[in-house]
Design a protein around this ligand. Structure first.
Ligand code: SF4
Length: 465
């Protein structure tokens, strides 16, 4: 079992390194995807994989939501019209049929499955059952024991019966969008949920033997202060989820129109956000959670904490995960697939997504083929994000490079972080110090070959802290 550490963050350093940058759920990031990548490139990648017997990971994007949360930056469609789902399920089925033509699905068990959104629980019970049934008819679902099947739940859309159904459909991990329990904050983001109902839901989920329960929280929302955050943390710690993802709210109203409904004068300033982050890290680690890395805390006996110890932790488009399957098939609007040296993203609008499938084409809009240099840098970023340490001789052997020569620019960018005791560079390793845990994104940015270019193109990122 991992030993948990209590952190007392340094507010001066938090403020110093509070810059904009990617979350590195992939490298290269989606900013590098190009429209010149098309269906043929994706088919080629699938074709290269045709003889593989390796397990698969599936991601299914369910974009519908019944109301808008003002902070939202997801690809979603807000509607009260429940009939949209019927049509969407028919198209998901077409997409599954096309994918199945390209992969030896009988030999490749689906060890990981994730329904994300939008709001997957916008679907009614019959629709959820139908979707799982379709998935089982086009792919080979793994046994109950070997699978990690997870779903994002908006607590406002489910009851005990829905939880029973999800368990019966084979999900064994659930993630609840909590964000904040303070009523003023909830009203300001248009996401009001009753704390007693949440408490009841959590208690019920506990009785249904899910492998893990995750809470999503956000800091930096309107009207949040250290005092309200402390109260939210009290409640979260009392409810004791196995995993907690605590994201920094990125206010980018020029990119996400719903955020224009948030009055920027009600947002905490940079100092207040830094104070909240320091509080979050201290409270969760004092409560016994392991700070696994970028925004994520888990209990010491959680499989993610164990994966970090046994070397099977990875970072993918859903955040931290266990590397049960390295090939990821994304289905639905805007979903991203990842195969060895290829990322492929589906069309973001229903119109284009449906059009491609009507023409019996995989609905790929853009993507990227990774170069050798991309693969090398991805390895560095993955190692640092997941294990906070890079074994230099091992990397040099695997990629036939001289680390210090090859990464001289990155090393010079890391110098201030070395001086601030955030990272240590020796002959054999690059290691993040205990003090450096909150700065993983800043460290990874030094190895990102494209960051400057994407900033110049006007691509905006959230703040790192
Ligand atoms: S935060 Fe989730 S539930 Fe709210 S609008 Fe965005 S996708 Fe929908």
């Amino acid at each position: 079992m991992l030993v948990t550490k209590t952190f007392k963050s340094d507010p001066v350093l938090l403020k110093k390194y509070d810059v904009s940058g990617p979350r590195y759920t992939s490298y290269p990031t989606a900013a590098q995807f190009t429209d010149t990548f098309n269906e043929q490139d994706y088919l080629q990648a699938l074709n290269n994989d045709v003889s593989s017997k390796a397990p698969l990971s599936l991601y299914i994007h369910l974009p519908f939501c019944r109301s808008i949360c003002y902070y939202c930056a997801c690809n979603k469609i807000v509607t009260k019209d429940k009939t949209v789902v019927r049509h969407y399920l028919d198209y998901l089925r077409k997409e599954m049929a096309l994918i199945r033509l390209q992969l030896d699905v009988y030999q490749r068990p689906v060890t990981q499955l994730h329904w994300g959104g939008g709001t997957p629980t916008f679907l009614d019970e019959a629709e959820m059952t139908e979707l799982m049934h379709h998935t089982a008819s086009y792919f080979t679902l793994e046994t109950q024991q070997g699978r990690d099947y997870s779903i994002e739940i908006d607590p406002r859309t489910v009851n005990h019966q829905t939880i029973d159904l999800l368990r019966g459909l084979g999900f064994n991990r659930v993630s609840l969008g909590v964000q904040d329990v303070n009523k003023t904050v909830q009203k300001a983001i248009n996401r009001v949920q009753d704390i007693d109902e949440l408490t009841d839901l959590v208690a019920y989920i506990r009785t249904r033997s899910f492998r893990s329960l995750n809470f999503d929280l956000i800091y930096g929302l309107p009207f949040q202060t250290e005092i309200t955050m402390n109260q939210t943390l009290d409640k979260v710690i009392e409810l004791s989820p196995d995993r907690i993802s605590c994201y920094n709210y990125a206010h980018l109203p020029e990119r996400f129109t719903s955020q224009r409904a948030i009055d920027r004068h009600t947002l905490p300033n940079a100092d207040q956000k830094v104070g909240m982050l320091a509080l979050i890290i201290r409270r969760f680690t004092e409560a016994g959670y392991v700070y696994i890395g970028m925004d994520h805390f888990v209990k010491p006996d959680d499989s993610l904490a164990i994966a970090r110890q046994d070397g099977t932790l990875c970072r993918n488009f859903q955040g931290y995960s266990i590397a049960k399957a390295t090939d990821l098939v994304g289905m639905g609007v805007s979903s991203i697939s990842s195969f060895d040296r290829v990322y492929a993203q589906n069309h973001r609008t229903l119109e284009h997504y449906y059009q491609a499938l009507d023409a019996s084409q995989l609905p790929v809009a853009h993507g990227l083929m990774l170069t050798d240099e991309d693969v090398l840098r991805r390895t560095v970023i993955q190692r640092l994000s997941c294990y906070r340490e890079l074994n230099i001789p091992e990397l040099e052997g695997a990629f036939s490079i001289d680390f210090k020569l090859h990464f001289s620019k990155a090393i010079s960018q890391l110098e201030p972080l070395i001086e601030d005791d955030i990272i240590e560079l020796s002959q054999n390793s690059l290691a993040v110090t205990d003090k450096g845990f909150p700065f993983l994104r800043n460290i990874c940015m030094a190895f990102d070959q494209y960051l400057e270019e994407s900033r110049q193109k006007g691509y905006t990122y959230s703040k790192t802290l």
